[in-house]
Design a protein around this ligand. Structure first.
Ligand SMILES: Nc1nc2c(ncn2[C@@H]2O[C@H](COP(=O)(O)OP(=O)(O)OP(=O)(O)O)[C@@H](O)[C@H]2O)c(=O)[nH]1
Ligand SMILES: [Mg+2]
Length: 275
């Protein structure tokens, strides 16, 4: 591991300002002592836990998302004198809420508003990994792609133009072979840049190019804004409605959409309580 990474001996041993305190506390994250919160998302089996271990060393807690049988790991690290909290999300192929894992990952990114979401992508299955990257970018532009398993890609004679991918996505893309510890410092640098809003490019968001669809999204967006004034990402909710996402449709019908984040939070009690 890079010498620049200093894992903390004890969670909660430092004091500093924090971001999105209220939401994260509701989601069960004890944010009080951290400068930035980082979520680790990605398809199953892409090396998320390997990266989590590289970044946090032994400084981690493992438990369950409360009320669920899905495991949850939180850890911490220091980089360039800043304190980061890292939350390992369940591996998912999408954020469409068709499974408990997807629901947990989606709600955390949507309502927890982490300062940075790292999406771990499999360099040997790039196309599949990019589905999740684009879905995350629908919710937030504060993201980094950790393009892992580059050693496997090389072994299979696959070459990826990382610079072009960075340009296309508008977020940092970092080549990694996490099992060998390669790319860890570069990932930390990218996380720090996005945390500090110091990455100059504009993240790519899908625009569908279809006039009817875009106008339906616009109408729904403005109706939703009138009815639910504190939604974190209205366009994203409008897209889910058009897609037929049952949980979002029910929440609109019953008028509970605005309170979804509170309900979600209550269902995701703290890891510390689960320990
Ligand atoms: N060759 C190679 N193998 C890796 C790399 N990173 C992780 N692995 C291996 O890939 C397998 C899966 O890694 P994990 O870190 O458990 O992946 P994960 O995304 O946490 O998996 P789930 O939590 O099950 O979704 C393990 O056998 C790792 O040793 C890498 O950069 N190169
Ligand atoms: Mg894992």
């Amino acid at each position: 591991m890079s010498t620049q990474v200093e894992t903390l001996n004890q969670c909660g041993s430092c004091a500093s300002s924090c971001h999105h305190t209220a939401q994260l506390t509701k989601l069960g994250i004890k944010i009080r002592n951290w400068d930035y919160t980082v979520a680790l998302a990605g398809n199953p089996n892409t090396g998320k836990s390997t990266i989590f271990n590289q970044l946090t060393g032994l400084n981690q807690h493992v438990g369950n998302w409360a009320g669920k049988t899905v495991s949850r790991a939180e850890g911490a690290f220091n980089f360039n004198d800043k304190k980061f909290k890292l939350v390992d999300l369940p591996g998912t192929y999408s954020l469409l809420s068709t499974s408990v894992d997807e629901e947990i990952a989606r709600d955390f990114i949507l309502f927890g508003k982490p300062d940075v979401t790292v999406v771990v992508a499999d360099a040997t299955r790039l196309e599949r990994s990019l589905h999740l990257v684009l879905q995350v970018l629908e919710i937030t532009n504060r993201a980094v792609v950790a393009l892992n398993l580059m050693d496997e890609a090389k072994r299979n004679d696959l070459t990826i133009d990382v610079r072009e991918l960075t340009r296309e996505l508008g977020i940092p893309v970092v080549s990694m072979s996490a099992r060998r510890g390669e790319g860890v410092t570069e990932l930390l640098t990218a996380i720090e840049k996005v945390s500090l809003n110091a990455f100059p490019a504009q993240a790519r968001q899908l625009r569908y190019g279809d006039k009817k669809l875009e106008s339906a999204i616009e109408t729904l967006t403005s109706n939703l804004r009138e009815t639910f004034d504190d939604l974190p990402n209205v366009r994203w909710v409008a897209l889910r409605l058009l897609e037929g996402d049952e949980s979002i449709i029910n929440a609109v019908r019953t008028g509970t959409l605005g309170t979804m984040k509170t309900e979600t939070s209550l269902r995701q009690l703290t890891l510390s309580e689960a320990r």
